[in-house]
Design a binder for this molecule. Structure first.
Ligand code: MN
Length: 150
C-alpha cells in the first residue's frame, strides 16, 4: 500500500487533510503547496504512478535556471491532496496553514530511481525541470536537488 506512511502519520478525525486517494487521470498534474508549519516550506508534489510523489523545499521553488534548491523527499500523498488548502490543527502532524502556491500540468520526460526530468505548465513554474537524488552512501537518500533546466 503506497499510502500507508501517509495514513499512519495522520488522525483523520482531527486533520482536514484528505484520507483517500482518487482515480488517476490521463492528464498528470503537479502542485506546490506553501506550508506554514513550524518552519515555512514549500511542498512539491508530482503525479507519478497514481500518487503524489512529494518533496519538501526549505527555500522557495526555483523560478529561474541557475537556482538550485534542496528537495527532501517525504511520504507519497494521495492525488486528492492536490486540491487541499486549509489549516492542520495544532498538535497534528504538519500543523499550520497550507496554501496552493502553484499548480498545473505535468509531463514526465524521463524517470528513474535517482532522477526525474519533467515539464511543468503552471502559473509560476513553466518549462523543464530536473530532480536529482544526492549521491551518497545510501541509495535511498532522501535529499534531492531541484532546478530549472537551462
Ligand atoms: Mn509540508
Amino acid at each position: 500500500m503506497p499510502l500507508e506512511e501517509y495514513k499512519s502519520k495522520r488522525d483523520f478525525t482531527r486533520t482536514p487533510e484528505p484520507e483517500n486517494n482518487r482515480q488517476t487521470s490521463d492528464k498528470p498534474i503537479f502542485v506546490i503547496q506553501e506550508h506554514h508549519a513550524t518552519h515555512l516550506h514549500w511542498d512539491l508534489r508530482l503525479e507519478i504512478d497514481g500518487v503524489l510523489k512529494s518533496w519538501a523545499l526549505p527555500k522557495p521553488p526555483p523560478l529561474e535556471s541557475g537556482v538550485k534548491r534542496l528537495a527532501v523527499q517525504t511520504e507519497d500523498h494521495p492525488l486528492s491532496y492536490a486540491d487541499f488548502t486549509g489549516v492542520i490543527p495544532d498538535g497534528e502532524y504538519g500543523a499550520g496553514k497550507v496554501d496552493i502556491w502553484d499548480k498545473g500540468k505535468l509531463i514526465i520526460k524521463k524517470l528513474n530511481s535517482n532522477s526525474i526530468h519533467f515539464e511543468l505548465d503552471g502559473k509560476k513554474l513553466k518549462g523543464e525541470f530536473i530532480l536529482i537524488r544526492f549521491k551518497g552512501r545510501e541509495e535511498s537518500s532522501k535529499n534531492w536537488l531541484f532546478f530549472k533546466k537551462k
